[in-house]
Design a protein around this ligand. Sequence first.
Ligand SMILES: Nc1ncnc2c1ncn2[C@@H]1O[C@H](COP(=O)(O)OP(=O)(O)OP(=O)(O)O)[C@@H](O)[C@H]1O
Length: 274
Amino acid sequence: MKNQSIASLANVKNIVAVASGKGGVGKSTTSINLALALSKLGLKVGLLDADIYGPSVAKMLGAQDNVKLEPFNETSLNPYMQYGIKAMSIAFLSNSKTPMVWRGPMASSALNQMIAQTYWGELDYLIIDMPPGTGDIQLTISQKIALTCAVIVTTPQEIALLDAQKGIEMFKKVNVPVAGIVENMSLHICTNCGHKEAIFGSDGGARLAKEYETQVLATMPLDRSIRENVDLGKPTVQADPDSNISKLYESMAKNLIQYIEQNTSDETVNISFE
Ligand SMILES: Nc1ncnc2c1ncn2[C@@H]1O[C@H](COP(=O)(O)OP(=O)(O)OP(=O)(O)O)[C@@H](O)[C@H]1O
């Protein structure tokens, strides 16, 4: 197990950052379904919504607006429990209708506080849903937390791939290995006629993976039910566990586990960034 200087993460075995360069490519949807898929495999899982400005995890997990987290002790809170996973988001600590109008350092310090003051207990996996981009907050997380690895989510669209590339480069700079790429919103299959269409292009994830000598962890279709389920607060892996889509998320989870088993040792990873 990695040594974590942050006490609240001391008993967390693996910490995986789910990131994208571009916004709106399905990073939160992937993070949640991946977390649920890992949990369905019998692992203890937590999900941290690190998107301070646009948190969506609480809503996607079907949490009410007025959730009150229970204190664990005088300085920390228990995370929100839903569908067998633990979750923490700034949305549980603020009024969801008030936008976060914080400058970078304030947002970073709110995030640090949220990380330090959540009692995660023992976890096999903590999935961090990163904010989009490669700015201050992303760097804070990559520098302060001993990340086991990162997963990059992208659509096959050229502009998303360019931004995903920047995300990979950022993790390279801070010595965080990239476990693989999730190509999201790949093929669309028409629910009426079954016609298949690559709306955002095709094979972009595979090209990116080849260029950076990593793997495609999963190729997820552009499917209405994925969107509908998160909108209803019950992600597909929970709402429809036997569906083909849930099986794809399960195989994403298994590929991630395999990567970690094969590529990480028990030693502390020193993270530094100049
Ligand atoms: N594979 C998919 N098929 C259909 N809809 C999807 C898929 N993945 C995500 N979506 C939908 O796309 C929208 C954006 O997804 P999501 O919020 O997960 O993206 P994000 O990258 O986390 O966004 P942000 O940059 O705002 O954090 C949501 O409405 C979600 O339901």
